[in-house]
Design a protein around this ligand. Structure first.
Ligand code: FDA
Length: 322
């Protein structure tokens, strides 16, 4: 209750206050800000994936902006020799406005990234684009571009079928991020209770690992992380152990031994550092961009429990950093 009240008050505050609150979760407005944050977190042993912030676009000119900006990100990663890859939203590249041009934009970025051995993750948006997003990955793999993968959401009923069908097409070249899913999908297509979502996310993680895929476990939820650690143990996978799965597929240059943990900037840093210390590969999702205000407001509305973090930041300002 208190937390919700704090969030409601924050939503009425001026931009500078929202920026101060969100500095922990958003690297900043510019690419230089993102580079600075990554250079600082590198000392904690993290690697990164970068997200250029944006809301749903309404013209193909905006899609061009995202393509150009991600090329700048790619060049900055190479120039600064940072262990990082790209996370893109297919709709920001135009998928829902002009499908053909949107696909061309995504292919262009993935092709340029492949020249630097860089991976591109298609973030998963809401159910309007689940099928298309998975299809983009399959089409690009069919064209020989294997440096691309997507995200599967544990909450969706369809996820086990997606794991099966992707495996039957690209086998263990599949590379997933598995998360609970942030979109509140209708109950006809998704689990809606907290415990079901957690349970189904765990099942998806196990299933993807069983199918030989590379799996990014994107969760800050202790039971999900603990479950994953138990499954890794069962599969005899772990830090510094060459991926022992018979179906583990190609040599995955620059990745972890079949899996990695992924977390959002500013969320559960102590847990991430503990996993890194234990030798697991851990990746931090770094959002930056001119749309930091809209993104921050959306996150506050989605996660009212953040209110307590705001109160903590106010009382102990030195803790308010990623
Ligand atoms: P849960 O929501 O139970 O969180 C556990 C605890 O972590 C909370 O109690 C809180 O303390 C903390 N926490 C979690 N999220 C927080 C936040 N935003 N701010 C502050 N504290 C927070 N979803 C999607 O639909 N498509 C996608 O492509 C992605 N991509 C993605 C990448 C990465 C790296 C991560 C970590 C997550 C995503 N997600 C996503 C979001 C994901 O689906 C999910 O909504 C959130 O991670 C929250 O779920 P948890 O598993 O962390 O559990």
């Amino acid at each position: 209750m208190l937390s919700k009240m704090i969030v409601a008050m924050t939503l009425r505050m001026p931009r500078w206050f929202v920026r101060w609150v969100s500095r922990r979760y958003v690297a900043g407005a510019t690419l230089d800000d993102a580079v600075r944050v990554m250079q600082r977190l590198e000392s904690e042993g993290a690697c990164f994936t970068i997200d250029v912030l944006g809301e749903e676009i309404s013209s193909m000119d905006e899609a061009q902006y995202f393509l150009d900006e991600y090329v700048r990100v790619m060049n900055a990663i190479v120039e600064h020799d940072i262990d990082a890859n790209l996370s893109i939203k297919p709709t920001a590249f135009g998928l829902l406005i002009n499908k053909e041009q949107g696909l061309e934009n995504i292919e262009s970025l993935v092709r340029q990234a492949s020249q630097h051995d860089m991976f591109v993750r298609l973030d998963m948006e809401d159910h309007r684009v689940t099928t298309e997003t998975i299809q983009v990955v399959l089409d690009l793999h069919a064209k020989g571009l294997t440096n691309v993968g997507t995200v599967l959401q544990g909450r969706l009923h369809r996820t086990p079928d997606d794991i099966e069908s992707v495996a039957s097409t690209i086998g263990s070249n599949a590379d997933y991020r598995i998360c609970k899913g942030i979109y509140l999908e209708p109950e006809e297509i998704a689990y809606t209770s907290k415990s079901d979502i957690r349970c189904k996310t765990n099942e998806a993680i196990r299933m993807a690992l069983e199918h030989g895929a590379y799996v990014g476990i994107a969760s800050h939820d202790v039971p999900v992380v603990d479950y994953t650690l138990a499954v890794l143990d069962e599969f005899k996978m772990g830090p510094s152990i060459e991926d022992p799965r018979e179906n583990s597929g190609p040599d995955r240059k620059g990745k972890g031994p079949g899996y990695e943990f992924q977390m959002l900037l500013g969320v559960r840093g102590p847990m991430r550092r503990k996993l890194t210390k234990a030798g697991h590969r851990t990746r931090v999702y770094i959002p930056y961009g001119e749309k930091w205000y809209e993104y921050s407001i959306r996150r506050l509305q989605e996660n009212p429990t953040i209110g307590l973090q705001i109160a903590k930041a106010f009382l102990m300002p030195w803790t308010n950093r990623p």
